[in-house]
Design a protein around this ligand. Structure first.
Ligand SMILES: [Zn+2]
Length: 256
């Protein structure tokens, strides 16, 4: 009987310790911390976007690894990468998914504390003004020297593929799981939803690719939270759970 109890306890411990239940060792995730180096992203004075997204990216790396994934970061320190460098890494490494991490901002200082929330984007042309505005801000540094026509050609070249559908699905799973995690601790976090936007960092990647705007760095409540380890951890866990879910569904879809 004692043996049986010990056996049960061991089993319980095994199940309860939360180790990876699915073998993820064939799945490589490329995580891209936005901006870096001379490009500080949103807010260049005190709390910088480029530092925040690097902190979250490092937590993400740890979380993905603990689930058994292989992980590659486009940058693991404060340095600038061009658009091409970021997405080429994902292709060269044959990543399953490409995730770019950013923090959002608005220009209108009188509305800083009104606008907040988490948003996940996938690449698509859109007439939605808000998405266009956010994309324009994030695109500014990577597009230097590229004329408008070339930008259109770049986007058109990737718009008609199954990648858009897969990226959309990935975006939904990631957004849902980030919200689930954040809301368990912070019930007033705003769900900004999944949106299409012409982010150039997603253009060159020939695999399911999303861009997560983890929150508004211009909103004082959200900024304070974003720079805490706990909040960053919830975001990272949510993203990893979202990717798990997406890949598990994808496996079922393609039948093995
Ligand atoms: Zn950004």
């Amino acid at each position: 009987m004692t043996k049986l109890i010990v056996g049960f306890s061991a089993l319980f411990l095994l199940v309860g310790c939360g180790g990876p239940s699915v073998d993820r060792s064939d799945s490589l995730v490329v995580i891209d911390a936005g901006h870096g180096g001379h490009d500080c992203g949103a807010l260049c004075d005190s709390r910088k976007e480029k530092d925040l997204v690097l902190q979250i990216t490092k937590k993400l790396k740890r979380e993905f690894k603990s689930e058994g994934y292989k992980v590659y970061l486009t940058r693991n320190r404060d340095r600038f990468l061009t658009l091409g460098q970021r997405t080429r890494i994902a292709d060269r490494k044959d990543a399953k998914v490409f995730i770019s991490i950013h923090a959002n901002a608005i220009g209108d200082t009188s509305r800083f504390d009104e606008v907040e929330g988490v948003e996940t984007y996938f690449l698509q042309k859109t007439r939605d003004e808000k998405s266009q505005r956010i994309a324009a801000r994030e695109n500014a540094s990577v597009l230097k020297g590229t004329d408008k026509l070339s930008q259109e050609v770049i986007i058109d070249s990737v718009l008609n593929g199954p990648k858009i559908i897969q990226s959309h699905k990935l975006a939904i799973d990631v957004q849902q799981n980030i919200m689930k995690h954040l809301k368990s601790e912070y019930d007033d976090v705003k769900d900004g939803g999944v949106r299409p936007a012409p982010f150039y960092v997603l253009v060159g990647a020939s695999r399911p690719s999303i861009l997560v705007e983890v929150g508004y760095i211009t909103n004082s409540k959200e900024r304070k939270r974003l720079f805490t380890s706990d909040y960053q951890e919830e975001i990272a866990e949510g993203i990893v759970e979202g990717v798990n879910r997406y890949l598990d569904n994808r496996k079922r879809e393609i039948g093995f």
